[in-house]
Design a protein around this ligand. Structure first.
Ligand code: BGC
Length: 819
């Protein structure tokens, strides 16, 4: 490879020196060709004099430049120097590799039969020693990882270290809220911090690559994996994606506590038909670009190093073999420089998709731009034959192998393969008090107060509480789905959290009240991976009778109900998105006591809560808040923390409204204002079009009043930016945090535009009785969209600017924007 260094013409002019330097690193003795003003020489780089001459020339340049420019020059040269060192190293290494070793780097088996102490006798050990493995995933503990890495760097011919991946999705052992909950905090700094801590803990335990963030937009709560993403909105999703990538990768990947991030599942996985996991997706390019792709792109723009291809198809071609997606869009249009990994057996599954046998689908995946084959070993077993038959090229294999070696280099694994294997870090940095404190704080921020009639909440720290429900005293479900590194015994239950926060003045009585569901087989499917609820063998009637007896002794009832952790997540789609009937029966019975009733709702998806909204006075949605959620729930219930979460996805009235999302199109027959049904309008006979709880919705113990929306101008020109402001008053006697949301509607476009789109938000603490003026600055960047030719630009015309505390209750003003 040839590296050209050329002094910028401005600098050249200013210091009267002309420096051109070409370093050819392609061979063992790199050649340096340089030209400085008068001298011009070509020669092998081992002739140290050449480096020396370049150094002298640079020093002369530095002397003639102001300090600042010198620093810039120095840094730009050293950055180039670093990447050139990396290129030299990787090129050199690749020259030594056999074809089998190159293909080996593309292989990512799961940890399989690995157990500490027996690693070296396992099947996987043999493959590693033979150079047939590039990385492994989901192995936990430094001890095991060290043992495995040792095989790679001591027994394999070229001693290439392995990547160690894991699904560190929302925390490691310190578990944060599920991603949908994290997004509900709308607190970008806190989200980044959660990823930073997750990376810190994972890297302390040997992991250097996480399969996160998942940024699949989903408008379908039937889909179980909606819990793993940030909801329905491209803008919020993009903010979430950037924060997560920054948190994991930090600003320097070679640091011991930063790890590779992996944006997934690329792309459109959240648009599976019928909300059924792994199902087909099909959508127009315009919708894709405007509504579904932005968060992935945001992750790429934030420098994400790896991308995971999704299981679904796009335009009839599975994402894993989709060259348009993985090469044209991702690499050519977006400039992605890292590597793509398939999802778990994603390559092999293309046989079932019906696009060929293992050899054919593996070749297609490589051609499309997949570098790593997760689990299926299609690359390992078929690429040599495909190369011989001319179905793939050596260039394609080289390119992907190189991208994996580059990632390893960037992590610093070639300098020190055990960089992430420091046992002393594992002892002190995982599940530390400091990390748990952060997790408790962000969990409390993620909770969404859906209803609080008669101000039942916050609870007083006196009297008797009846804590009822299958989730009241259960550790296993607190961390939610995809918490593979969590140790359930470390989680705090709601009961334990309440006891600790309430102190001795409160008596807490408990009863189970119901099982998760009347159907034990359903409960089994919904409590996999050790997330047991220990089903109670008593009849539903017996459980309710006991609960009523307990409730009757209390001043207030707190019912901890909803979904189990594994009712969402992978392969956990539901067609009924209500709270299971057995639990509703319990709620109905509890209401007969006439006691104040708070529903602490566990859920990984938007649920249909019509009946609950009508009948239950207080509903606090706590998602799955993580290992510290027990404390965080107590903090919010007793008012130490004022709830501030806002929904990142619409809660429908019933499943029939799905897909339902705030940023929909108007249609040619929208409903008239104030009506919920009109014949020959776009609506339903049986329920209104609007949801039960809109996107962005969430109450607080404070109340906020919006007034005085003002725009800096009513006609804007080209590059002008508009300032829009609103007064927000906390009319209550409690300090509270409000997320002020800015939406825009492009009233006339060359293609139809959504009725509103989130374009900004600010989380602001407003003291009791205080008014704050909140301003947003909008430039034409905020008006841009992809038009029918997929050109990203804004169009002059009229825009409605809307501000409010959710996507429904908004104040607005119209402005014109001309070129
Ligand atoms: C999931 C991915 C995950 C992978 C590795 C797959 O089943 O779809 O999200 O990263 O497994 O565990």
């Amino acid at each position: 490879m040839k590296l050209r260094l050329k002094l910028h013409p401005d600098l050249s002019r200013r210091c009267g020196i002309n420096l051109r330097c070409l370093i050819d690193t392609g061979i063992d003795t790199p050649v340096v060709r340089y030209k400085t003003g008068t001298n011009s020489t070509i020669g092998p780089a081992e002739s140290q004099g050449h480096y020396f001459l370049i150094f002298i020339a640079l020093t002369n340049i530095m002397k003639r430049l102001p300090v600042f420019s010198s620093i810039i020059l120095f840094f730009s040269l050293s950055v180039q120097g670093q990447s050139s060192r990396m290129d030299v190293f990787v090129d050199g290494l690749m020259k030594k590799m056999t074809l089998e070793e190159k293909i080996g780097q593309l292989n990512l088996p799961s940890s399989g039969d690995i157990t500490t102490g027996q690693v070296s006798s396992s099947d996987i050990a043999k493959k590693i020693a033979d150079g047939k493995v590039g990385g492994l995933f989901n192995i936990k503990t430094v001890a095991k990882i060290k043992e495995v890495q040792k095989i790679a760097v001591e027994k394999s011919r070229l001693k290439i270290p392995l990547l160690f991946g894991m699904d560190v999705i929302h925390g490691y052992e310190t578990v944060f809220p599920i991603p949908l909950g994290l997004a509900a905090s709308w607190d970008v700094q806190a989200i980044e911090k959660s990823a930073r801590i997750a990376a810190q803990e994972a890297s302390a335990d040997g992991i250097n690559w996480t399969f996160s963030p998942m940024t699949d937009i989903s408008r379908d709560p039937r889909w179980g994996r909606i819990s793993e993403g940030s909801g329905e909105d491209p803008y919020l999703g993009s903010e979430f994606a950037k924060a997560m990538v920054k948190g994991y990768q930090g600003d320097d990947l070679s640091k011991y506590n930063t790890i590779l991030a992996c944006v997934k599942h690329f792309a459109l996985y959240g648009a599976a038909e019928g909300g059924r996991d792994y199902n087909t997706t099909d959508m127009s390019r315009v919708r894709m670009y405007n509504e579904y792709l932005p968060p992935y792109k945001a992750a790429v723009d934030a420098g994400v190093e790896t991308v995971m291809a999704s299981f679904n198809e796009i335009d009839g071609i599975p994402a894993t073999a989709n060259k348009w997606l993985l090469t044209d869009l991702l690499r050519k249009q977006w400039g992605f420089k890292g590597f793509v990994v398939s999802d778990y057996t994603g390559i092999n599954e293309m046989i079932e998709h019906g696009i060929g046998d293992l050899q054919a689908v593996s070749a297609k995946a490589l051609q499309a731009g997949v570098a790593m084959d997760m689990v299926g070993e299609g690359f390992l077993t078929t690429l040599p034959k495909s190369l011989k038959e001319g179905r793939v090229t050596l260039d394609q294999i080289d390119k992907e192998c190189r991208s994996i070696l580059v990632a390893k280099y960037k992590l610093g694994l070639f300098d020190d393969p055990y960089r992430y294997c420091d046992e002393s870090r594992a002892k002190t940095e995982i599940f530390s008090m400091a990390n748990r404190k952060e997790a408790r704080a962000i969990a409390a921020e993620s909770f969404v107060l859906l209803k609080n009639d008669k101000k039942i909440l916050p609870l007083k720290k006196t009297g008797t509480i009846a804590l009822i429900g299958p989730l009241a005293d259960n550790k296993e479900n607190m961390t939610g789905t995809w918490s593979v590194a969590a140790r359930p015994e470390q989680s705090t239950t709601v009961l334990a959290g309440l006891k600790e926060v309430a102190g001795n003045a409160v008596q807490i009585l408990t009863a189970r009240g119901s099982n998760l569901d009347a159907d034990s087989a359903f409960e089994e499917r919904a409590t996999m991976f050790g997330k047991t609820l220990r089903r109670d063998p008593r009849t539903a009637e017996a459980l309710i009778t006991e609960a009523l007896a307990v409730a009757n002794k209390a001043d207030v009832i707190v019912a901890t109900l909803g979904e189990s952790a594994e009712m969402t997540g992978e392969s956990s789609s539901r067609t009924n998105i209500e709270i299971p009937q057995a639990q509703k029966n319990l709620l109905k019975a509890l209401l007969t006591t006439g006691k104040p009733l708070v529903l602490v709702l566990f859920t990984g998806r938007p649920l249909a809560l019509n009946w609950e909204q009508e009948n239950i006075p207080s509903i606090l949605n706590v998602w799955f808040g993580g290992s510290e959620a027990g404390y965080a729930i107590a903090d919010v219930l007793f008012g130490a923390v004022n709830p501030s979460g806002k929904l990142p996805a619409t809660f429908p009235r019933n499943v029939g409204q799905v897909p339902i999302y705030y940023n929909h199109k108007n249609t040619g027959r929208p409903l008239e204002e104030g009506k919920w049904f009109s014949k020959f309008r776009s609506n339903y006979l049986d329920v209104p079009n609007d949801p039960l709880y809109p996107f962005g919705y969430g109450l607080s113990y404070s109340e906020f009043e919006y007034s005085d929306l003002a725009v800096s101008d009513s006609t804007m020109k080209g590059s002008d930016s508009l300032v829009v402001s609103v007064m927000v008053k906390n009319t209550s006697d409690r300090d509270g945090t409000e997320t002020v949301q800015l939406y825009i509607r492009d009233l006339v476009g060359s293609i139809t535009r959504p009725v509103s789109e989130l374009k900004g938000f600010q989380r602001v603490l407003i003291k009791a009785g205080e008014s704050k003026k909140i301003s947003f600055r909008i430039s034409t960047n905020g008006l841009k969209f992809y038009n029918k030719d997929l050109k990203y630009d804004w169009e002059p015309g009229e825009f409605r600017i809307m501000i409010g505390g959710n996507s429904r209750d908004l104040r607005s003003a119209n402005v014109r924007w001309i070129r």
